[in-house]
Design a protein around this ligand. Structure first.
Ligand code: G4P
Length: 529
């Protein structure tokens, strides 16, 4: 298979959802179709259960699991499918945001009874902003849930999407009879037997045919015809180009647990979802089919073994071919590095790989060379965009609790921040360090890991900040900016890259500051035009 064919057969995507909507179950069913696993229950549950939110030993255990499920790859109908895991737990939302920089499309899972939930909203917003192609899967149709049309309305209104159903349920919950596959024009009858992969598929080019009654009964047939009339009248016809531009989102219905409607989703997905095409770097647009390798680090995972401070850096290949033992330029360090044992991922296993192609993820063993956003090339200076930091929600001073171990503490903080566990802000006024996180859970993780991996102890102290805003003055020499810096000195800090950040102590003070210094732009993410 040549290089272009390798690119064209890759589908790299993420599944996003609010916890409990069925992401893990759907992932598992997709792997079953790919023959990557043999039985249900084989994919270990990577979600951090609500009950475990204050139990960091549990988090550590789950971190181990999540290495294994970070990338799940399998072959299906000659397509190479890479599923990138996205933690659903809100305290790890930033991890998910970063993973979304490495996907070419996403599948959004929604619970038919719960509808659009909070975490789904946040994640879909990020995908919408980046124009990532999205397919929506409405799950748990075997249960009583909301009316299909109400749900489609909700998805449009609450998620700001333009939907077009490509399948439609026939009944729901107790009365659930099956799915009409609009895309392939056939009916798939529900048998309620999860072991049976595919139930009877009946071809139906024309649902006005009286045969429909024979299969689903008079009442259901009438309802389906009415519903289809409404669907064609109300929703735009499917248009692949619009889907690829992020302007139209196809919707499928089904039940992941019962393996129902999943095959329809997967078959359509491999046909319409994009293969890797191009990615914008600060310097230029890089096409996947260019010969020279480029890729970027979107995730770093620490090894579970505290004796080896060895980490795995996950690199998404953007262009060219990644080859084992070939020297590549680490752009930030301006240093050539060779990798003798790059890992590829297959189902839940890692294995050493000689060649990887655009769309693939390789795991590189790292002893502290990488941080998130780093680029590898064959010599060209490239920086991939789109891996911003978002304003944390929680802020605390970090203090050294063991003066003999300050070197270890600093090194530990440095490396944990490179992994993207949290963000570090150094106050301009006195050089004190403030850690910002998305969820309170990370403070426990940091404390635990500093102690177990670096032998350092820390304590925290409340820091009264509400939001971190990246400062972007129109003119750094004007009087307004100088006054801003003088008056707000107490609230100013540098982030890890040395960018100036304003740590607003309340929503009110943020608004007042914006009004008083209109030429000093304040951004909630570290990347802005
Ligand atoms: P998540 O990764 O999005 O957090 O969700 P997960 O797949 O773990 O699913 C959450 C719960 O919903 C699980 O039940 C799962 O069995 C159930 N579920 C998933 N898909 C369907 C479906 O199509 N129909 C029905 N009725 N249930 C579904 P649980 O009891 O929380 O966990 P478990 O004990 O079954 O693992």
């Amino acid at each position: 298979m040549n290089f272009l064919e390798e690119i064209e057969r890759r589908r790299t995507f993420g599944i996003i959802s609010h916890p409990d909507a069925g992401k893990t179950t759907l992932t598992e069913k997709l792997l079953l179709f790919g023959g990557a696993i043999q039985e249900a229950g084989a994919v270990k549950n990577n979600k951090i259960k609500k009950a475990a939110t204050s139990d960091f030993m549990e988090i550590e255990r789950q971190r181990g699991i999540s290495v294994a499920t970070s990338v799940l790859a399998f072959m299906y109908k000659d397509k190479k499918i890479n599923i990138l895991d996205t933690p659903g737990h809100k305290d790890f939302a930033e991890d998910t945001f970063r993973t979304l920089t490495a996907v070419d499309s996403v599948i959004v899972v929604i619970d038919v009874a719960k509808g659009v939930e909070e975490q789904t909203k946040k994640l879909v917003e990020v995908c919408r902003m980046r124009k990532i192609p999205m397919i929506v899967f409405i799950n748990k149709l075997d249960r009583e849930g909301k009316d299909a049309f109400d749900l489609l309305d909700e998805v449009e209104q609450e998620l700001g999407l333009t939907v077009t159903p490509l399948s439609f349920p026939i009944g729901m919950g107790y009365d659930f009879k099956g799915i009409y596959n609009i895309y392939e024009k056939n009916i798939n009858l529900f048998s309620g037997d999860s072991k049976k992969n595919i139930s009877d598929i009946i071809g139906f080019d024309d649902i006005t045919s009286p045969e429909l009654e024979d299969h689903i009964g008079v009442e259901a047939a009438e309802t389906l015809r009415d519903n289809m009339e409404l669907v064609t009248g109300v929703y735009p016809a499917f248009d692949k180009q619009k889907y690829l531009e992020g302007a139209l989102q196809p919707v499928f219905f089904g039940s992941a647990l019962n393996n129902f409607g999943v095959k329809e989703l997967l078959d359509c997905f491999i046909e319409i979802a994009p293969h890797p095409e191009s990615k914008i770097a600060e310097e230029r647009l890089v096409k996947a089919n260019e010969n020279e390798l480029s890729g970027f680090v979107f995730k770093i995972h620490a090894n579970m073994d505290p004796k080896h401070r060895d980490r795995l850096a996950f690199v998404k290949i953007v262009s060219g071919t990644f080859e084992r033992n070939k020297p590549y330029l680490h752009v930030r360090h301006n240093k050539k590095l060779k990798f003798s044992s790059p890992n590829a991922f297959f189902a839940e296993k890692k294995q050493i790989v000689d060649k990887s192609y655009p769309g693939d993820i390789v795991g590189l063993h790292d002893t502290g060379n990488f941080k998130i956003g780093d680029t590898l090339t064959e010599g060209e200076i490239l920086h991939y965009k789109g891996i911003p930091n978002f304003s944390p929600e929680h802020f605390r001073y970090i203090n050294n609790a063991d003066p003999m171990k300050s070197k270890q503490l600093n090194k530990g903080i440095d490396q944990l921040m490179d992994e993207g566990v949290a963000q570090l802000f150094t106050l301009e006024l006195n050089g004190r360090k403030v850690i910002g996180t998305v969820g309170a859970l990370q403070y426990e993780v940091i404390q635990y890991r500093l102690e177990h991996e670096y032998g350092a102890k820390c304590t925290y102290e409340h820091f009264p900040a509400h939001k971190a805003c990246w400062v972007d003055p129109e003119d750094p020499n004007n009087d307004e900016f100088k006054e801003f810096v003088r008056v707000k000195q107490k609230f100013l800090a540098k982030d890890k890259r040395g960018q100036l950040v304003f740590l607003a102590d309340s929503q009110f003070s943020l608004q007042m500051t914006q009004q008083k210094y209109p030429t000093v732009k304040l951004h909630f993410t570290s990347e802005f035009e």
